[in-house]
Design a protein around this ligand. Structure first.
Ligand SMILES: *[C@@H]1O[C@H](CO)[C@@H](O)[C@H](O)[C@H]1NC(C)=O
Ligand SMILES: [Zn+2]
Length: 302
């Protein structure tokens, strides 16, 4: 009886998951940092990895990239569980929250969100734009509804759709995330969990229209690095003050009791992939046409 009970407890506890593969970030130890992940997880060394640096000039306009349709993002429903999972701060989502549109092949159900951040003096986003790293990045992970479980979805290249939002430092506090940040102190150590008061997911993403975004095919940015993610990285950023940012690294710890910070994977090679951007070539050409027209007009009349 005892060994079975022990086995069940092991399966349900987050600790064995944290221990598997023993991977870490360079801020913890170079011995298990991102450059070593491929030793235990060969997929981490493959050619469609994330994150990447997005070179905006090289992004290809794609007219099929319609606005993402958010369903249930505005609903205040059930309580969600916030957890320090040893690598990040993660919130497990429940309720009927989905995205579709945006040239996604299906409807995708929101499963969890988590963050990647830096330090007081070093930015910590995973994706970079034209070489610029941002202070923090939010990932909202969605699973293709056609698969019955998250682990099943990890086997298919259309399995997941992750929305990436970059944060930009603001002089004012972002009052919409104050309550959320106040909860960090309840989950300092890996395995610690707490329940959040219900809030709509729309509260943590930008208010503005989210019609401009980048799209590419990539991977999970943590082992086992499965190449199953349709990435959407929005141009619109989320404001956050310095003290709000610092609250993450001050309140949270890795399993080695070092402050949790710089928990981002460095950018990976694009290899033979393309990055697409919303908008159409027609719009680009009409913009070019307009400027040529203006130049001609100016030269004639001046
Ligand atoms: C948080 O985790 C630590 C280390 O595992 C444990 O000692 C502590 O009791 C946990 N705290 C709560 C509130 O769960
Ligand atoms: Zn992530």
């Amino acid at each position: 009886m005892y060994p079975l009970t022990f086995l069940l407890i092991s399966l349900c506890s987050p600790y064995p998951i944290i221990a598997t593969g023993h991977w870490c970030y360079d801020s913890q130890s170079a011995k298990c940092g991102p450059s070593t992940w491929k030793n235990d997880n060969h997929i981490c060394g493959m050619k469609k990895q994330s994150p990447i640096n997005i070179v905006t000039k090289k992004a290809q306009f794609d007219g099929a990239l319609s606005p993402i349709i958010f369903n249930g993002y505005d609903k205040t429903g059930r309580k969600w569980e916030m957890q320090n999972n040893g690598h990040s701060l993660q919130v497990k989502l429940q309720g009927d929250i989905t995205i579709k549109g945006g040239n996604l092949p299906n409807t995708y159900k929101a499963v969890q969100f988590h963050f990647h951040w830096g330090t007081d003096s070093h930015p910590g986003s995973e994706h970079t734009i034209d070489g610029e790293q941002y202070p923090m990045e939010l990932h909202i992970v969605h699973q293709n509804e056609k698969y019955t479980s998250f682990s099943e979805a990890l086997n298919y290249d259309d399995g997941l759709a992750v929305l990436g939002f970059l944060f930009e430092e603001s002089s004012e506090k972002n009052s919409k995330i104050t309550d959320f940040i106040d909860m960090l102190k309840y989950v300092p150590y890996p395995g610690n969990k707490t329940w959040l008061e219900p809030f709509p997911l729309s509260k943590i993403i930008p208010d503005e229209e989210l019609h401009k975004y980048y799209r590419y095919r990539g991977s999970l940015t943590t082992p086992t690095c499965n190449q199953v993610v349709i990435w959407t990285v929005f141009e619109e950023t989320i404001p956050i003050s310095k003290s709000q940012l610092n609250a993450f690294s001050e309140n949270l710890y890795f399993s080695d009791s070092k402050h949790m910070k710089l928990n981002f994977r460095p950018v990976q090679n694009l290899n033979d992939r393309a990055v697409y951007v919303t908008g159409s070539a027609v719009r680009l050409f009409s913009a070019v046409g307009l400027s040529v027209g203006l130049a001609v007009w100016t030269s004639i009349f001046n």
